[in-house]
Write a protein that binds this ligand. Structure first.
Ligand SMILES: O=P(O)(O)O[C@@H]1[C@@H](OP(=O)(O)O)[C@H](OP(=O)(O)O)[C@H](O)[C@H](OP(=O)(O)O)[C@H]1OP(=O)(O)O
Ligand SMILES: Nc1ncnc2c1ncn2[C@@H]1O[C@H](COP(=O)(O)OP(=O)(O)OP(=O)(O)O)[C@@H](O)[C@H]1O
Length: 491
C-alpha cells in the first residue's frame, strides 16, 4: 500500500462494532480498521499507536498460540495521511448505522490497522476473480460455569447468552428473543448445530452476517432495522449451491438452499485446518460443565414425544470452535470468583502504582505474558501473583467469548483437483473454504467492575422474568381445571 497515494475514493464503508470501524478497498483484498471513541474522549497519537500495536502483539504472541497460525490474521499498524483519513471519515459517515454513531472514528492520530479482507479472503492469489460467499458468526460464550464461587443457582443451568437475551429485549436492544443458544453450536452434535445455525438465520441480531463478494447481503446493518428475508437470501445463494440446476423458486427452493448453507457451514465448523498443532491448554475433564442449557428451545423441543435425547458428541479437537471454547474456559472462576482477585490487584496497585507496568496490565503482550496464562491452578495462595494470573486469564477468556468467526466459501472450478485448499462438498457443488477469527482485542482490565455488575443484572433480570412467567402460568392451569370442571358438570 503506497501511503503517499491514498485516495478515499478507493475505499468503502464495510462495517463496525462498538470499538472499531472497518473500511474495505474496492479492488484489493485489504481493509483498514480504525479505532472509535466517544466524542470528547481525546487520546494522544502515541496512545493510539500503542493500543493498535498491542492488538497486533496480542494476536501474534497469544491468540496465534492458542487458536493456531492459520486462523489468526494480526495485520500491521499503518500510518496514514491525516487528510486521507478526514476525507474518508466524511465520505462514509452517511453509511454508518445510527445506532453506532455514539462514537467517532479516530481521525486525529492517522493510525489504523491494515488487515486482509476476510470477507473476500482467497487462499490463492490467482483465484481472486472467483465469486465468494462469507458467513460471519459471533458465537459468544459456549459453556455454563462450574465454578463453586457462583452464587446464583440459575447460572449453573442457563447460559449467559440465553439469560442476556431477556435483558436485551427488555432494554429495546433487540425486538425478540433468539432461539440461538451457543451451547447448541458448540455441542459438536450436527442436529444441534443445524438448529443453532437456523436460529441465527431466523434472528441474526449481531451474531450472524453474510457477505457476497464482500457486500453485506444478510444480517443487521443496524440494530434498529433487522433483515430476515429468507427468499431474498436464497436468491443470492442459489447460484452457489445449485449452480447448473433450474431449481424452481418459491418456498421449496428457499428451504433447500438454506438447508445446504446450514449443512456446509456445519461441516466447515467441524473441520480442522491446523493439522499437527496441539493446544497448549489442558483444561481436563474438570472443566466440563453441563452440556445443555435449560433455556435452549432445542432442549425443550426434545421433551416432545418422538424426539431423541441430547447426546454429548463433542467437537473435534482441531476445529476452531473447540479451540475457541478452550480459551473461553480460561475463565475458570467465573466473574463472581474473579472479582475479589481483581480487588486484590487493585489494592496492590493503589499502594504501588508504579508496579502497573511490571504487572503487564497494559502490555506488552509478549511471550512472557503468554507463558503466565498457561498456569491453570486454582489454589489461591493469597498472593498478588495468583490474583494477577487469574485476572489476565479472565481478560483473554472474555476476548474469546466476544470474537467472531469468518467462513469464506468459493465454488471449486472443474479443474480444482490440483488445489491444495480444503474443500467442503454440498449436494450439488463443492467449495474451497477458509476459516478465520476476528476481533481478538484483549478486553481491558478496567472493564472488570462493569462485567461484575452486568453479570448480576443479567441473572437478576432473568430470574425475575422466569418467576413472572411461572406466576402467569399458574392461573392458566387454574383456568384449565375450571374448564375441565365445566365439562364434567355438563356431562
Ligand atoms: O457483554 P456482552 O456479552 O453483551 O458483549 C458485548 C457485546 O454485546 P453483545 O452481547 O455481543 O451484543 C458488544 O457488541 P455490540 O456493541 O452490542 O455489537 C461488544 O462486542 C462488547 O465488547 P466491547 O466492549 O466493544 O469490547 C461486548 O462486551 P464484553 O463483555 O465482551 O466486553
Ligand atoms: N479483517 C476483516 N475483514 C473483513 N471484515 C472485517 C475485518 N475485521 C472486521 N471486519 C468487519 O467489521 C465488523 C466490525 O469489526 P470488529 O468486530 O472488529 O469491531 P469491534 O468494534 O471491535 O467489535 P465489538 O463490537 O465486538 O467490540 C465485523 O463484524 C466484520 O464484519
Amino acid at each position: 500500500m503506497d501511503k503517499a497515494k491514498m485516495d478515499e475514493n478507493e475505499w468503502g464503508y464495510h462495517g463496525e462494532g462498538n470499538k472499531s470501524l472497518v473500511v474495505a478497498h474496492t479492488q484489493r483484498c485489504v481493509v483498514l480498521r480504525f479505532l472509535k471513541f466517544p466524542p470528547n474522549r481525546k487520546k494522544t497519537s502515541e496512545e493510539i499507536f500503542q493500543h493498535l500495536q498491542n492488538i497486533v502483539d496480542f494476536g501474534k504472541n497469544v491468540m496465534k498460540e492458542f487458536l493456531g497460525e492459520n486462523y489468526v490474521h494480526c495485520g500491521e499498524v499503518v500510518q496514514l495521511p491525516l487528510d486521507f483519513v478526514k476525507q474518508l471519515c466524511l465520505k462514509i459517515q452517511s453509511e454508518r448505522p445510527e445506532s453506532r454513531c455514539d462514537k467517532d472514528l479516530d481521525t486525529l492520530s492517522g493510525y489504523a490497522l491494515c488487515l486482509p479482507n476476510l470477507a473476500r479472503l482467497q487462499t490463492y492469489h490467482f483465484a481472486e476473480h472467483r465469486p465468494i460467499l462469507c458467513v460471519e458468526i459471533k458465537p459468544k460464550c459456549g459453556f455454563i460455569p462450574l465454578s463453586s464461587d457462583v452464587t446464583h443457582e440459575m447460572k449453573h443451568k442457563v447460559c449467559r447468552y440465553c439469560m442476556h437475551q431477556h435483558l436485551k429485549v427488555a432494554t429495546g436492544k433487540w425486538k425478540q428473543i433468539s432461539k440461538y443458544c451457543p451451547l447448541d453450536l458448540y455441542s459438536g452434535n450436527k442436529q444441534r448445530m443445524y438448529f443453532a445455525l437456523k436460529s441465527l438465520l431466523q434472528e441474526a441480531q449481531n451474531n450472524l452476517k453474510i457477505f457476497k463478494n464482500g457486500e453485506l447481503i444478510y444480517g443487521c446493518k443496524d440494530a434498529r432495522s433487522p433483515t430476515t428475508d429468507w427468499s431474498e437470501l436464497a436468491h443470492h445463494l442459489k447460484p452457489f449451491f445449485f449452480p447448473s440446476n433450474g431449481l424452481a423458486s418459491g418456498p421449496h427452493c428457499t428451504r433447500a438452499v438454506i438447508r445446504e448453507l446450514v449443512r456446509v457451514i456445519t461441516r466447515v465448523l467441524l473441520s480442522g485446518s491446523d493439522k499437527g498443532w496441539a493446544s497448549a491448554l489442558r483444561l481436563g475433564p474438570g472443566s466440563r460443565g453441563p452440556c445443555v442449557c435449560e433455556a435452549s428451545p432445542y432442549r425443550r423441543s426434545l421433551r416432545q414425544p418422538g424426539r431423541s435425547s441430547v447426546e454429548r458428541s463433542g467437537l473435534p479437537k482441531d476445529c476452531l470452535l473447540y479451540k475457541t471454547l478452550q480459551v473461553q474456559k480460561l475463565d475458570l472462576l467465573d466473574i463472581e470468583g474473579l472479582y475479589p482477585l481483581y480487588r486484590r490487584v487493585e489494592r496492590y496497585l493503589e499502594e504501588f502504582p508504579e508496579q502497573r507496568k511490571a504487572l503487564q496490565i497494559d502490555g506488552p503482550y509478549d511471550e512472557a505474558f503468554y507463558q503466565k496464562l498457561l498456569d491453570l491452578s486454582t489454589e489461591d495462595d493469597g498472593t498478588v501473583a495468583f490474583a494477577l494470573t487469574k485476572v489476565q486469564q479472565y481478560r483473554v477468556a472474555m476476548t474469546a467469548k466476544d470474537c467472531s468467526i469468518m467462513i469464506a466459501l468459493s465454488p471449486c472450478l472443474q479443474d480444482a483437483s490440483s488445489d491444495q485448499r480444503p474443500v467442503v462438498p454440498s449436494s450439488r457443488s463443492r467449495f474451497a473454504f477458509s476459516v478465520s477469527v476476528l476481533d481478538l482485542d484483549l478486553k481491558p482490565y478496567e472493564s472488570i467492575p462493569h462485567q461484575y455488575k452486568l453479570d448480576s443484572k443479567i441473572v437478576n433480570y432473568y430470574s425475575k422474568a422466569v418467576r413472572t412467567a411461572d406466576a402467569t402460568r399458574v392461573p392458566t392451569r387454574f383456568k384449565e381445571s375450571e374448564d375441565c370442571t365445566l365439562v364434567l358438570h355438563k356431562v
